[in-house]
Design a protein around this ligand. Structure first.
Ligand SMILES: Cc1ncc(COP(=O)(O)O)c(C=O)c1O
Length: 368
């Protein structure tokens, strides 16, 4: 059997028809840049995410960049980021000439460790960017208690509609950044992103930055960029928006099936069993890197798609050598060496999931 890590084309025929009809509507409307499709999508995102301001933007990387720009962050400033995350979290900081300060993650959740943050705050620290990694909300309460008044940007790229204490992430702290990359909880048909905030002043700055800092038109008090979300993308995302909860329910049900099938293996570490986890990825960990690599090869030979998120922590990336220096992040190192993402998308069939679990079990303990 062949089981893909993710199949974004596996959607109900009725939804496919709705998407196609909506795409044609936008094509015929003549309004392709911002306009009603983008504002309607933003309005419904704001409502769903329980936040007063939501702005559609070009992608999740630019969402982070714009938020740092809106906070006035630049050369000489430090921004604390986890080492174990996707590149964009730290890339946004470096793109502005500021310094990413890498901290380690908690061994249990793989999210940013508040004690580590406390140890790395200096007079130059201007913000923190915790990531809700793989869909599991970071401990924002602990982070806020060490951050004092520093702005906290939630990198919620992987966590659309994950909730912490009942509240959707991205709308809890100073601001949130989301991605609509096709593999995300709300996946688009190309690139897209969203910035959210409760702060009206920050929201207005973001709106201006999104269009080259132009306010009024062709007058620029600040330098922004072209950070707009396409109307076509917004319209398609809007069609899928009401279905995100069902997607997350499906992912959680699949996670529960994996727990049943694999929970008895001491040599395998499953992700934290939390109802607030949205499982954008279902990442398991092995006892060592050699085992992880061997299991991945054997799963691939059995036709099972997997991925390593992320093989090289950011404090070890060549482009950050001069800023990371002798930074130590042992949990990030261990996670990079031993973790493996299994197929988890909602449309995964039960027989496919059972095949993944069986293949994993026989790769890990051939006789058991
Ligand atoms: C944690 C994290 N931050 C930021 C991004 C950047 O999003 P995008 O790919 O839309 O630029 C991603 C997505 O890939 C991500 O996973």
């Amino acid at each position: 059997m062949k089981v893909p890590l993710l199949d974004v084309t596996r959607i109900p025929a009725a939804l496919q028809a709705q998407l196609e009809a909506r795409a044609v509507e936008v094509l015929r409307s003549g309004e392709y840049i911002l306009g009603p499709a983008v504002s309607a999508f933003e309005r419904d995102c704001a409502e769903l995410l329980e936040v007063p301001h939501a702005l559609g933007v070009s992608n999740g990387s630019d969402a982070l960049l714009m938020l740092l720009m809106a906070l006035g962050i630049g050369p000489g400033d430090e921004v604390i980021v986890p080492s174990y995350t996707f590149f964009a979290t730290a890339g946004a900081v470096a793109r502005l000439g500021a310094t990413p300060v890498f901290v380690d993650s908690r061994a249990d959740t793989l999210n940013m460790d508040a004690d580590e943050v406390a140890a790395h705050i200096t007079p130059r620290t201007r913000a923190l960017i915790p990531v809700h990694l793989f869909g599991l909300p970071a401990d924002l309460g602990a982070l806020r208690s060490v951050a004092g008044d520093l702005p906290i940007i939630e990198d919620a790229a992987q966590a659309f509609l994950s909730r912490r204490d009942g509240r959707p992430v991205g709308g809890i702290e100073t601001a949130g950044a989301f991605s609509f990359f096709p593999s995300k909880n709300l996946g688009g048909y190309g690139d897209g992103g969203l910035v959210t905030t409760r702060d009206p002043v920050l929201a207005e700055r973001l709106r201006v930055l999104r269009a080259h800092g132009s306010e009024p038109k062709y007058h620029h008090a600040v330098v922004g960029g072209n950070f707009r979300l396409d109307a076509l993308q917004a319209a398609l995302l809007h069609v899928k928006l009401p279905l995100v909860e069902a997607e997350l329910t499906g992912r959680r049900a699949n996670a529960a099936l994996y727990r049943e099938a694999l929970g008895d293996m001491p040599e395998l570490r499953l992700p934290p069993d939390r109802s607030e986890h949205s499982y954008n990825q279902f990442v398991v960990r092995f006892t060592d890197g050699t085992t992880r690599d061997r299991v991945q090869r054997e799963l691939s030979a059995a036709g099972v798609g997997t991925a390593v998120y992320y093989p090289l922590p950011l404090h070890r990336q060549p482009c950050f050598a001069s800023v990371a220096g002798s930074t130590r992040c042992p949990v990030a190192d261990e996670a990079a060496a031993t973790s493996l993402a299994l197929p988890i998308f909602a449309a995964l069939r039960a027989d496919e999931l059972a095949y993944v679990a069986e293949s994993l079990r026989s790769a890990l303990c051939p006789r058991g």
